[in-house]
Write a protein that binds this ligand. Structure first.
Ligand SMILES: Cc1cc2nc3c(=O)[nH]c(=O)nc-3n(C[C@H](O)[C@H](O)[C@H](O)COP(=O)(O)OP(=O)(O)OC[C@H]3O[C@@H](n4cnc5c(N)ncnc54)[C@H](O)[C@@H]3O)c2cc1C
Length: 432
């Protein structure tokens, strides 16, 4: 009897109930990578994504060296790098006394000493495309999870509204909430994240991109302003950072004032910024940082932004969501395969182990982000002077053993999760 027959996976029983071993809610970087890893381990996995496609405006586009190394171990890095991308090797800020490079990845000992910038849509399509090669993987797009199915004190599945407007039910050994910063799964499970409020908000808007424009990222910092432009193939995604709570004032001054301030930092795109004519082209993003005290309960685990929302400082949210996915797959794929073959529940101690493995790195990076926010961004956002790092920081960044610490934190985070070569190799005959 095949595994599929043994578990009843992919069969609709009774009133449209789908049975699977692991139901992952949310096809962002965390959910997609977890589903891929579990699929490669032979675990029956169903990935539910609320949107009909992966094309979303509010996303980051960075793939860090640690993620590239994970993909390399899976034999997927070269395939990913065939897609259109650009590479960022350092973060350089223009300061009053000349360029300042706090993060230089090019010295790191890795095959990928750079941040790969790629529209997240391409990354997610690539990862789910790879997962789709396994017959035990199922992706349901346009599946918006509305409720948890709970029985006997444990989560046993979810109910979602499908693209057909009908309600559907999935029953599983484990539900993983990977549904991002506004996680519905988290709320339904009754977990309340503890929030800290970084001192900034971001205005987010699109600008036209022309073929001769530089690839990658354009970022500037100074005179109380921070502006960034991300290359998304056919347009620029622009972000303009403002001190928290100051949007009403800027809105009152008019969209022309936003254009003026943005162009002061990035004058070479002055003509392009002219396309910004109405406030309805601009979204206000409230920057948030939070962490749940508990990431699990019987039958349910939270990963990525659902468990901890990262501040955008250092752009590490995607990296951390993927690291959570790797830790979860490393710890849970064996017990899930066991539950699948013996039709038993998953012991909660395995879920606790995932939080234990990932909580410290998360706390540490959030503390580092908060330090940068308080000591650099807050000062910069409230000062009329061009940004100037403290002399001690410049000095420390010249010391060989210290200078690569910021780059290592950005590239790998603290205590990163790895996959071992061959650990997730496709078993013969399992690839469709
Ligand atoms: C504007 C902006 C820019 C950012 N820039 C960067 C950056 O440059 N680098 C970086 O590392 N991080 C960046 N981040 C943070 C980063 O996007 C997140 O940390 C990361 O995406 C978290 O991944 P995730 O898989 O946990 O969740 P998400 O990427 O948020 O994915 C969650 C998925 O769940 C789906 N979903 C939600 N609700 C449901 C539901 N009820 N049912 C089914 N599916 C559901 C969503 O549609 C989504 O696809 C940025 C964030 C924002 C808002």
């Amino acid at each position: 009897m095949s595994l599929t027959e043994a578990t009843g996976t992919r069969t609709n029983e009774g009133a449209g109930i789908l049975r699977t071993t692991c139901c992952v809610v949310g096809g962002g970087p965390g959910g997609a990578v977890l589903a891929l890893l579990l699929a490669r381990k032979g675990v029956d996995v169903t990935l539910l994504e609320a949107h009909p496609d992966f094309d979303r405006e509010f996303r980051g586009d960075t793939i860090h060296p640690s993620v590239m190394e994970i993909l390399d171990e899976l034999g997927l890095a070269d395939g990913l790098l065939k897609l259109r991308h650009s590479k960022v090797r350092n973060f350089t800020l223009q300061t009053a006394s000349g360029p300042f490079t706090p993060v230089n990845l090019s010295r790191l000992k890795t095959r990928f000493p750079y941040i790969t910038l790629m529209p997240q849509t391409s990354f997610l399509e690539f990862v789910t495309g790879e997962a789709a090669r396994y017959p035990n993987f199922r992706l349901v797009m346009g599946a918006r999870v509305k409720e948890l199915v709970e029985e006997g004190g444990a989560v046993r599945g979810v109910r979602y509204e499908g693209r057909d407007g009908e309600d559907h039910e999935v029953r599983s050994v484990l539900v993983v909430g990977a549904d991002g910063r506004g996680s519905r799964v988290r709320r339904l499970a009754g977990f309340e994240p503890k929030k800290t409020s970084p001192p900034m908000d971001v205005l987010w808007f699109k600008l036209p991109r022309e073929e001769e424009d530089p690839a990658g990222v354009v970022g500037r910092f100074g005179r109380g302003r921070i502006a960034v432009m991300l290359d998304r193939d056919d347009y620029w995604q622009a972000g303009y950072v403002i001190p928290k709570g100051t949007f009403p004032e800027l809105r009152h001054a008019g969209v022309g004032e936003l254009r003026r301030r943005f162009v002061e930092l990035i004058p070479e795109f002055a003509e392009r910024v002219g396309h910004l004519t109405e406030w309805k082209q601009v979204s206000l993003l409230s920057v948030e940082s939070s962490r749940c005290e508990r990431w699990y309960k019987p039958g349910l685990l939270l990963i990525g932004d659902a468990a901890h929302v990262m501040s955008p400082v250092g752009g590490v949210g995607i990296n951390y969501a993927i690291q959570d996915a790797v830790a979860a797959a490393n710890i849970l794929s064996g017990p899930l395969a066991e539950s699948q073959s013996r039709l038993t529940d998953l012991e909660v101690r395995y879920l606790a182990r995932v939080q234990l493995r990932r909580e410290l790195p998360t706390r540490a990076i959030q503390a580092a982000q908060s330090l940068v926010q308080r000591n650099v961004l807050e000062t910069a956002l409230h000062s009329d002077k061009p940004f100037e790092p403290p002399p001690i920081v410049r000095l420390l960044l010249r010391v060989p053993i210290v200078r690569d610490i910021p780059a290592r934190m950005v590239a790998f985070g603290l205590w990163p999760s790895w996959v071992k070569k061959g650990d997730y190799a496709a078993s013969a005959g399992s690839v469709a």
